[in-house]
Ligand binder design. Structure first.
Ligand code: AMP
Length: 238
């Protein structure tokens, strides 16, 4: 339904510049990235979702990553970078993609720069999704995720129609293992230490646009589409 509120001229034809959503846990990156992916017809690349999917399938990578995730720590750069490099090389990424949860360290950002320039992509559009710290805990402790399709709800602000069931496919809604309060603290510390410098890294090249993530999902989506359309139009004329 958000497609109807989207600005004109953006219908599912890809995005010339890769888009990066960066922001604290709970900022709504996953929710918003799914909307962008659907509207522009590009893949949504969430490293967190990829790791959770690996773990569900019982792969060695998934089991390794899960140990870090459960402590609220970052998975080592070389693991994440290798996974993203493979994914970006797949043909569906040729018309652009949206990154959610990557890069989270300056080393990852540097690796991404190399991947993008090797593959002939434009420099990324980096959208910094800001969230009032008072809202972070409410967003994270209230978050529930569909076991089947990964749809995201919030029991306080964005509840499903039927308790514990996904509106879309009826799947069971569960809390992420790392959305417990003591793990949340670690994740915020990791964000502050490793990921905030990534924003500074891109700011130096003037690639960052700020977005207020504290509103209702539809409000944020609308503002996000506006930023992308404005910046992409310029990007495509480079
Ligand atoms: P997310 O779903 O984006 O909140 O990610 C969940 C967890 O997966 C994080 O707390 C990290 O442990 C791990 N993770 C996801 N993306 C990355 C990344 N780019 N670098 C390191 N660890 C990551």
């Amino acid at each position: 339904d958000d497609i109807r509120v989207a600005p004109q001229g953006s219908a599912a034809k890809g995005i010339p510049r890769p888009v990066i959503l960066i922001g604290p846990p709970g900022a709504g990156k996953g929710t918003q990235a799914k909307k962008v992916a659907a509207l522009y017809g590009v893949p949504h690349l969430s490293t967190g979702d990829m790791f959770r999917d690996h773990f569900r399938r019982g792969t060695e990578l998934g089991v390794r990553a899960k140990a870090f995730m459960d402590r609220g720590e970052l998975v080592p750069d070389e693991i994440v970078v290798a996974m993203i490099e493979q994914r970006i090389a797949e043909p569906d990424c040729a018309k652009g993609f949206i990154l959610d949860g990557f890069p989270r360290t300056v080393a990852q950002a540097e690796a991404l720069d190399q991947m993008l320039s090797r593959a002939g992509f434009l420099e990324p559009l980096v959208i910094h999704v800001k969230l009032d710290p008072a809202l972070i805990l409410r967003r994270l402790t209230g978050r529930r995720m569909c076991k089947v399709g990964g749809e995201i709800y919030n029991i306080y602000d964005c509840p499903p129609k039927t308790p514990d069931r996904c509106d879309r496919d009826g799947g069971e809604l569960v809390q992420r293992d790392d959305d417990r309060e003591e793990v949340i603290r670690e994740r915020l510390a990791a964000y502050h230490e490793y990921t905030e410098p990534v924003i500074a890294y891109y700011k130096r090249r003037d690639l960052v646009e700020d977005l207020d993530g504290s509103g209702a999902p539809e409000v944020v989506t609308h503002a996000l589409f506006a930023v992308i359309d404005r910046k992409e139009e310029r990007g495509s004329h480079l």
